[in-house]
Every structure is written in structure tokens, then in C-alpha cells.
Ligand binder design. Structure first.
Ligand code: COA
Length: 173
């Protein structure tokens, strides 16, 4: 499955896990997000480590890394997710991250809607994710996108920070 889709002017393309380091410039440009999440900027090898931070026991191809590219090929976003996790038909969004200069213009919504269509077409019936308590903008975003709160988990340590996380879910009609 190649996961290619169009979302407004952005194109989503699958990046093999072995090439995850291609996201490092994007992560370096999202210092705000890394300060909020880990209390520090992105580590020099943070992008390369993304696939290794998934839960254990996944089968090959379940995790997918998608680059969100402009028409000129610049990578301005990242979507990392798991299909059929934690149960068949449920897909889990681990990271949705846009570069600061392309946020706040409806692109996140366009990407999510296009991804939802792909998940539905692949037999998925529900999306899941967890949002940090301190990430108020993300909480507003997911709520506006139709996600419902489920339960709080944590506190968990992330880098230099400790967070509570709100698990959220959306049934795909
Ligand atoms: C969360 C994220 C993916 C949302 O994507 P986005 O493209 O910024 O989302 P939208 O543009 O749809 O909405 C963001 C804001 O822009 C506003 N907006 C949407 N379309 C707009 C437009 N055309 N013109 C002006 N403002 C607009 C929205 O009302 C929203 O306002 P709010 O912050 O008061 O809620 C993105 O902001 C991001 O990458 N943030 C950092 C990483 C992160 O926190 N990820 C989520 C982890 S759980």
C-alpha cells in the first residue's frame, strides 16, 4: 500500500522507515513543538528514531510514515500512523506535524480529511490518538475535526517533561 493522496496543494507520499532521517530538517524547524513535548529542541537523530518508538509487536507495514510535500517537493509536514492498531479496523495517529509557516491555514484539516478517506477505503472504521494536556491548540484542532475525548492517561515522561495525555477517538461514518 503506497498511501499516496492529495490534500489541497499538499501531496502525501510514503517514506520507508529506513529513510526516516529525511524528516530531520522538518523536526529541526518545529522547535516549538519539541519544546512543548520534550522540553528541548529535536535531537540530532530524532527523525531516524521515529519508527523505533512504535509499540512492540507490530507486523511489517502496519506503521507508516507519510511526507507532506508542496508542489515544489519541499517536505512541510509529517503524518505517522499505525493501521489496525490497537485492534483491526482502528488506525492510530502517532504524529501529525506541520512546519510552523504552513499552519493555521486549513492544511491540517485537508490532510486529515484526505487521510480519513484513505483509511475508510482501506476498511478502517475508527481513528485514535492521544494529545498532550499542554497542547491546547492541538486539542482545539482535534475537537474541531470531530474527535471525542475518551480518557486521561499518565503522567508519562517525555524527554525532560512529564505529561498527562488525553486519548481521543473518531468513528469514521
Ligand atoms: C495541529 C496541526 C496539525 C493543525 O494543522 P493546521 O493546518 O494548523 O490546522 P488548521 O489550519 O485547520 O487549524 C489551526 C488554526 O487555524 C485556523 N484556521 C483554519 N483555517 C484557516 C484559514 N483559512 N485562515 C486562517 N485561519 C485558519 C483554525 O481556526 C485554527 O484556529 P485555532 O488555533 O484557534 O483552533 C498543526 O497546527 C501542527 O502541526 N501543530 C504542531 C504539531 C502538533 O501539535 N500536532 C498535534 C499533536 S497531537
Amino acid at each position: 500500500m503506497d498511501f499516496r493522496f492529495q490534500a489541497g496543494e499538499l501531496t502525501a507520499e510514503r517514506v520507508p522507515d529506513t529513510e526516516a532521517e529525511r524528516f530531520q530538517p522538518l523536526l529541526d524547524g518545529c522547535e516549538d513543538f519539541h519544546q512543548l513535548t520534550y522540553g528541548r529542541p529535536a535531537l540530532p537523530d530524532q527523525a531516524r528514531l521515529i519508527p523505533s518508538e512504535r509499540p512492540p509487536g507490530l507486523v511489517s507495514g502496519q506503521g507508516h510514515l507519510l511526507a507532506l510535500k508542496t508542489a515544489t517537493g519541499e517536505v512541510v509536514g509529517l503524518l505517522e500512523a499505525l493501521r489496525d492498531f490497537p485492534t483491526p479496523g482502528e488506525w492510530y495517529i502517532g504524529i501529525l506535524l506541520l512546519a510552523p509557516q504552513v499552519r493555521g491555514q486549513g492544511r491540517g484539516q485537508a490532510v486529515l480529511h484526505a487521510y480519513e478517506a484513505l483509511v475508510r477505503a482501506s476498511g478502517g472504521t475508527r481513528l485514535r490518538l492521544a494529545v498532550l494536556e499542554q497542547n491546547e491548540a492541538a486539542h482545539r484542532f482535534w475537537t474541531r475535526m470531530g474527535f471525542q475525548p475518551e480518557n486521561w492517561v499518565g503522567p508519562v515522561e517525555q524527554g525532560l517533561k512529564r505529561h498527562r495525555l488525553l486519548r481521543m477517538t473518531k468513528a469514521l461514518g
